[in-house]
Design a binder for this molecule. Structure first.
Ligand SMILES: *[C@@H]1O[C@H](CO)[C@@H](O)[C@H](O)[C@H]1NC(C)=O
Ligand SMILES: *[C@@H]1O[C@H](CO)[C@@H](O)[C@H](O)[C@H]1NC(C)=O
Ligand SMILES: *[C@@H]1O[C@H](CO)[C@@H](O)[C@H](O)[C@H]1NC(C)=O
Length: 254
């Protein structure tokens, strides 16, 4: 007589619970992508628990960028301003992130790719990476003598890889021209095993220059995001499902 009676009540409850729970935005997801999948739409500051509730790392705030198809995690630091590097002696830039280095590394390890912008604008101020005069350091305190855009090649800047350093393509960096023209060496560091930049050292400074180190920007593993039609289909399915199992016992009783 009531073939679906018992199941329908159970299924109805599940459907209602699903309908209530699914649009809720939880503030402690493990990634920006998970935050977006849970319903968050606006880019902004979100609290992540990168290694989950069971993991030892505490929650921390990151900036989630939902403006594009890729979900991006932006890890800001305290030295993003363009810094003047004056002549004489050594210049050191210490980079302190919003989270601890363990938290930043956990984000990097979970990401499909990351990038960090680095630029040196120079006049009579060579970088001389191949002579170990300038470098940046990883979280493991390893000195990296490879500038942005060089794809990790030691002693080189992006222009060297592109073979268009000015004024001579034989240089390793534009700044190594060491002339009175303002020149720029810039590009993205992209090696997941060495990011983020912890500090930058420019020693034996000559001439003048400006150093800029951007935030660390990571893209989450999966490219899948719910868009409006997806949410409408799911929402409708849940409603139909709930309504069907709510009223069906009444029809069956007749
Ligand atoms: C620069 O550093 C690297 C590794 O730290 C070392 O192998 C190399 O000999 C150094 N080069 C110079 C010119 O000091
Ligand atoms: C750069 O140029 C200045 C001025 O011409 C010169 O004194 C200095 O020795 C040069 N530096 C290098 C590394 O060649
Ligand atoms: C660069 O950072 C490393 C790691 O935090 C630290 O050991 C080193 O002293 C720093 N160097 C400078 C010049 O601040």
């Amino acid at each position: 007589m009531f073939p679906y009676g018992c199941n329908s009540l159970l299924l109805m409850r599940i459907a209602i619970i699903l309908a209530i729970v699914s649009p809720q935005v939880s503030s402690q997801q493990a990634s920006c992508l998970a935050t977006r999948l849970s319903g968050a739409e606006d880019s902004g500051s979100y609290t992540l628990d990168v290694d989950g509730k069971e993991g030892p790392l505490p929650e921390f705030a990151v900036y989630c960028d939902f403006s594009g198809l890729d979900t991006m995690t932006v890890l800001h630091h305290n030295s993003e301003d363009r810094r003047r590097v004056s002549s004489g002696g050594d210049f050191h830039l210490q980079v302190a992130y919003q989270g601890s280095l363990e938290q930043i590394q956990a984000v990097v390890q979970k990401s499909a790719r990351c990038q960090q912008f680095i630029r040196y604008e120079c006049r009579n101020s060579p970088l001389r990476l191949a002579e170990n005069v300038s470098w940046w350091e990883t979280t493991a305190n390893t000195r990296m003598y490879s500038w942005g855009g060089a794809g990790g090649r030691t002693g080189q800047c992006g222009c060297s890889v592109q073979q268009n350093c000015q004024p001579s393509p034989d240089q390793s960096c534009n700044c190594d021209a060491n002339d009175t023209v303002w020149r720029t060496d810039e590009g993205y560091l992209t090696d997941l095993t060495t990011l983020p930049v912890v500090n930058v050292s420019l020693t034996a400074r000559e001439g003048e220059g400006y150093l800029t180190v951007g935030p660390l920007v990571c893209v989450d593993e999966s490219e899948f995001i719910p868009n409006e039609w997806w949410q409408i289909v799911l929402g409708t399915a849940i409603l139909v499902f709930a309504a069907f199992f709510t009223f069906m016992p009444a029809f069956v009783r007749k």
